[in-house]
Write a protein that binds this ligand. Sequence first.
Ligand SMILES: [Cu+2]
Length: 118
Amino acid sequence: MMILKATLSVSCRQQLRVNDAPATPTPATVTGTPLELPSPVIGKPYFGTGVITIINRKEGGIEIKHEEIKGLMPAMTMEFLVKTRSLLNEVQVGNRVDFTVVETGKSEFITELKKTVQ
Ligand SMILES: [Cu+2]
């Protein structure tokens, strides 16, 4: 459990460094109850939803304030890399999005991204 915890936080910090954004990461913490960290399956797609906070078209990254991604991570704000930069073409900061994310073991990257129909 401790190893998983360390891996997850390192992974998220790496993601955030890619961005060079001054914003501080705000991983969600659950107060009162211990945070249950899942064991992600490498290469498996996970489905998430959240709101875009930063788009980094230059680096091909996107920061999303995402809700819990079941089986992958709790709710937090973090940057993901995108598989192809064209995924960023149709979205803007502030958009609520559904996305598919794949865990590589070192980081996570987004393979599908689309605005949530509201
Ligand atoms: Cu996250």
